[in-house]
Design a protein around this ligand. Sequence first.
Ligand SMILES: *Cc1c(COP(=O)(O)O)cnc(C)c1O
Length: 453
Amino acid sequence: MEYTSTRGQSKKLSFSEAVAEGLAPDGGLYVPDSLPDISGSLASWEGLPYADLCFEFMKIFADDIPEDDLRGIVRASYLKFDDGRIAPLSKLDDSLYMLELYHGPTLAFKDFALQLVGNLYEYFLSLSGGKINVLGATSGDTGSAAISGLLGKKNVNIFILYPEGGISPIQERQMTCTGASNVHPIAIRGTFDDAQAIVKQLFGDLKFKAEWNLSAVNSINLARILAQCVYYIYAWLNLPKGERADVRFVVPTGNFGNVFAGRLAGMAGLPVGGFRIATNRNDILWRLFNSGIYELSKVSPSYAPSMDIQVASNFERFLYYFLNRDTAGVREVMEAFKRDGKWVFKNFDPGIFSASRMSDGEIAEAICEVNKKYGVVVDPHTACAFKELPKEGTKVVLSTANAAKFPRLIEKTLGFTPRSPSLEALMDREIVKETFDADAGKIRSYIEEKGIR
Ligand SMILES: *Cc1c(COP(=O)(O)O)cnc(C)c1O
């Protein structure tokens, strides 16, 4: 299978090449050049354990990796989960389910992709004998999940930028208390978008990128998107057969990686009735899907910090398919949006997407209400999903983090502190980080000082 850039001006790559490349040289994101049809395979995937399903799916896309090697990589990636089902589907109510995506080592859904990406990198480097510096920006959970995926791996250094004060103290500890010498957490005086802009700028400097063998793990990486398709298929296969005809996935959304993965699974043949994009007060996507106007506004910190994003990087992948793979059209929209901070779609048709948004007050209320109604404790990101649930079909809410990652808010709303032994163990460890202004030059110098090559 070949992978092509959403902007159509880079050469097509194999899976391994596209994963190593991250952002395409023309500024676009890699997508499969043609989509397989998995609908005929679903019956034979019935009942597969998670890692086996993941292997069956990934081998279609990662077809330049020998199958035995890929099987080993995939199996190793789901060993650190604390539930043997990996992504348990729990029933909350009639036609309402919750897909628990928080059983990985950092207790958020990003582990699904980043444990796999860490093992893929290690594998590629063992073949090539090369060294890489991984560079990414995080609004909270990506950084800790990336670090967990790459922790102590040979020939990899990892630099993760995050907004200082913009992530929860536990998230910060997950990144800064690892004790691993290949991990370099960097607090930026600015927002997540500032951090992401620095990452984009450094990747855009092709000479610097080549010199330091920079690689991305943020949600633009193709392997992450593909790995995330798997739990949509797994959820669908774990629903009672009579409830699979019209499945509405409700997805707490920030960078659009998670919901786009679902969309990709749908385009590849998984029967999906709809996607609900659940946002917090940073509602650019809510506004787009309700008005057809894609317009930047300021990022404002919320109770759901991993969704405090305005410019969703995976939006470009959505756009590519939305415009029927018209790469010139993608370039036009992305350039205009970069220039004007706004694009108005004519006759915008949201298709099977809809969107909701929640203020902080509503998030707190939802945490209480969900607890009262269904007896579960949800984190503030998952809480956003419970606004205006779709009326029709089987609803599957994606629960993206363990509530124990947000003890203060849960304490405030429910009056008790959810506990997690693995998080409590972090509290006694030393924090190791650097703090910089939002200045790409400073970060570049730091990488030159601490990177490997
Ligand atoms: C990253 C994250 C999200 C947003 O996911 P995207 O793929 O960026 O849309 C939602 N909830 C949690 C807990 C996250 O860590």
